[in-house]
Design a protein around this ligand. Structure first.
Ligand SMILES: N[C@@H](CCC(=O)N[C@@H](CS)C(=O)NCC(=O)O)C(=O)O
Length: 203
């Protein structure tokens, strides 16, 4: 297997953190984002969307979505399950994970407008647009804030793929762009700070 990644990319980090938590080592290929390697003919031949991550399996098939990669790896390596251990806990984790995916999508749109760092995505960033998207983000953060309750992790006492999905957008905003993502949600803020101490969260 070979994982194509951007080490600091929000979606790739869902897989990178999962692998570290799971204790699985997979050969990696670091795409050169600055020089547009993800748009090269060679990479587009592997993943026509030109996005990362991509997992190329031992049989040469390319899995081109971070959630699908994690689910595939969970099926290949079922020990120490990270999607829950019974139908109900899996349903809960997946619900949170999907909410997390929405949060990532909205968070990225916000970052494209809140910063000047993504000219290929948003050539004319607008503070007004960023502010509007920020309200859509808060809607999801409010749900997660209620949901986490007194739990250590988003879905309960143990880390799951829900944490690995949500954590990277916080980390991207806070560490790469020094933006106060989720700081007005005290439980999520505490969750983020706790999770950040885990070795899997290191860049
Ligand atoms: N749904 C996909 C989204 C992948 C994605 O958008 N990756 C970003 C990095 S976080 C990317 O490759 N961006 C480069 C581009 O779109 O040009 C997944 O979760 O894998």
């Amino acid at each position: 297997m070979l994982l194509y990644q951007f080490r600091m990319g929000t979606n790739p980090r869902r897989v990178i953190i999962y692998l570290a938590e799971k204790g699985i080592d997979i050969p990696r290929y670091e795409l050169d984002y600055a020089n547009g390697e993800h748009r090269s003919v060679r990479y587009l031949g592997i993943n026509p969307s030109g996005r990362a991550p991509t997992l190329v399996t031992d049989t040469g098939l390319a899995i081109t979505d971070s959630a699908a990669i994690v689910e595939y790896l969970e099926e290949r390596f079922p020990d120490r399950p990270m999607i829950g251990s019974d139908p109900l806990s899996r349903a809960r984790v997946r619900s949170l994970e999907r909410l997390g995916s929405d949060l990532v999508a909205r968070g990225q749109l916000w970052l494209w407008n809140q910063t000047n760092a993504f000219p290929a995505k948003e050539p004319a960033p607008s503070q007004e647009t960023a502010d509007r998207i920020s309200r859509y983000l808060s809607e999801l953060l409010d749900i997660l804030e209620k949901d986490i309750g007194g739990n250590a992790f988003l879905a309960g006492d143990e880390p799951t793929i829900a944490d690995f999905t949500v954590f990277p957008i916080f980390q991207t905003a806070r560490e790469r762009f020094s933006l106060p993502f989720g700081e007005d949600h005290p439980r999520l803020d505490a969750w983020y700070r706790r999770f950040r101490l885990r070795p899997s969260a290191d860049y």
